[in-house]
Ligand binder design. Structure first.
Ligand code: NAD
Ligand code: TYD
Length: 352
């Protein structure tokens, strides 16, 4: 039995990954290490409480002693670090927590694991592995007709969020280069799917449509993101866990670039045609652009496709419909979030 710490397992991608791996592999125990910030939600893991191969530990990844304890108690041999402050807009308001969790937290995990896994000079416990879940945003922004990001693209982050993620990536690489500590880094494009916190674009559009509230589109809506269905991201990380080469970076993306305005119209039109014909494009409101707004992200996933035989299974047209339906069927989940602190955040951010 492998004992795997998944940090940030109560967030969007982490919770999808916990479900995915428990189903995929009967031979793993998952220890979900999550501080439960505003973005962490145990409702995302409903139904797993009784699973004997799943444990939850409410722990901050910056807390060295607690990480030590958890690693010892569960004889951990793998860490997959999803935990992060993840929202660009919040990082623009105040980068402090981004530096703490995304950089210091990663360094704490690396340091504790290195000390606990070492068995000789540059030798670590059999099967030990640390995976840093990173983002394509560390590469910066592409022009419209520029080639997509490869693993060799220089890091050039622009937001405090992406700068903190890039810093963590550099530290992870330094642990490999200096100590031969067993690591892989994954850099994925924008995810969408169930359990995404509604401060992010797609669930925000859903929530506003359902309430007939205007949909804030930054700038002229022409910024481009490369969207990947979250389960495909989970599968890619699982493949990196099984067969990813130590010291490697793997870009993960779905060849699925869309402008923001295309995404908004897609969701509005689906809801208009299938649910409520009073939801229409009049809801679209162009608002002041995000500071330093990256123009375009696009991933070249050739390396993971060749080396680990990964390709995304979900076409955007199917994934977006599945996602819309999930939010429609889980309006209580959405309400439980948007009725609390989130409302204050939204009103402040969008000056309501
Ligand atoms: P999220 O904000 O939904 O979840 C983050 C989780 O981390 C929450 O459960 C939160 O409670 C937990 N957390 C935060 N600080 C913590 C701390 N100090 N100690 C322990 N737990 C803490 O984020 P997400 O969208 O699921 O992203 C997960 C990871 O994937 C992040 O590292 C992010 O940078 C990366 N990523 C996200 C996307 C995307 O589109 N969402 C794309 C590429 C990469
Ligand atoms: P987001 O989901 O915050 O992800 P990221 O900034 O990490 O890519 O935003 C996706 C895109 O949508 C991004 O170009 C910013 C834009 N956006 C809006 O136009 N309006 C909004 O209210 C939000 C949250 C995002």
């Amino acid at each position: 039995m492998k004992n795997i710490i998944v940090t940030g397992g109560a967030g969007f991608i982490g919770s999808n990954f916990v479900r995915y791996i428990l189903k995929e592999n009967q031979n793993v125990r998952i220890i979900n290490v999550d501080k439960l910030t505003y973005a962490g939600n145990l409702e995302n893991l409903k139904g797993l409480e009784e699973n004997p191969r799943y444990v939850f530990e409410k722990v901050d990844i910056c807390d060295k002693e607690e990480i030590k304890r958890v690693m010892k108690v569960y004889d951990v041999d793998t860490i997959i670090n999803f935990a992060a402050e993840s929202h660009v807009d919040r990082s623009i308001e105040d980068p402090t927590e981004f530096i703490n969790t995304n950089i210091k937290g990663a360094q704490t995990l690396l340091d504790v694991a290195k000390k606990m896994w070492i068995i000789g000079e540059d030798k670590y416990k059999e099967g030990a592995k640390y995976i840093q879940v990173s983002t394509d945003e560390v590469y910066g922004s592409l022009e419209k007709d520029e080639e997509c990001f490869t693993e060799k693209t220089p890091l050039n982050p622009h937001s405090p969020y992406s700068a903190s993620k890039a810093s963590a990536d550099m530290l992870v690489k330094a642990y490999y280069d200096t100590y031969k500590f067993p690591v892989c880094i994954t850099r994925c494009s924008n995810n969408y799917g169930p359990y995404q916190f509604p401060e992010k674009f797609i669930p925000l559009i859903m929530n506003n449509c359902l309430k007939h509230k205007s949909i804030p589109v930054y700038g002229d809506g022409s910024n481009i993101r490369d969207w990947l269905y979250v389960e495909d991201h989970c599968e890619a990380i699982y493949k990196v866990l099984l067969n990813g080469k130590l010291g490697e970076v793997y870009n993960i993306g779905g060849h699925n670039e869309r402008t923001n305005i295309q995404i908004v119209k897609k969701i509005i039109n689906y809801l208009h045609d299938n649910m409520d014909n009073t939801i229409n494009e009049d809801l679209i409101t162009y608002v002041k652009d995000r500071k330093g707004h990256d123009k375009r992200y696009g991933i070249n996933p050739e390396q993971i496709t060749k080396e680990l035989d990964w390709t995304p299974k979900t076409q955007f047209e199917d994934g977006i419909v599945k996602t819309i339906k999930w939010y429609l069927e889980n309006q209580e989940w959405l309400e439980n979030i948007v009725n609390g602190e989130y409302e204050k955040y939204y009103n402040k951010m969008y000056k309501m």
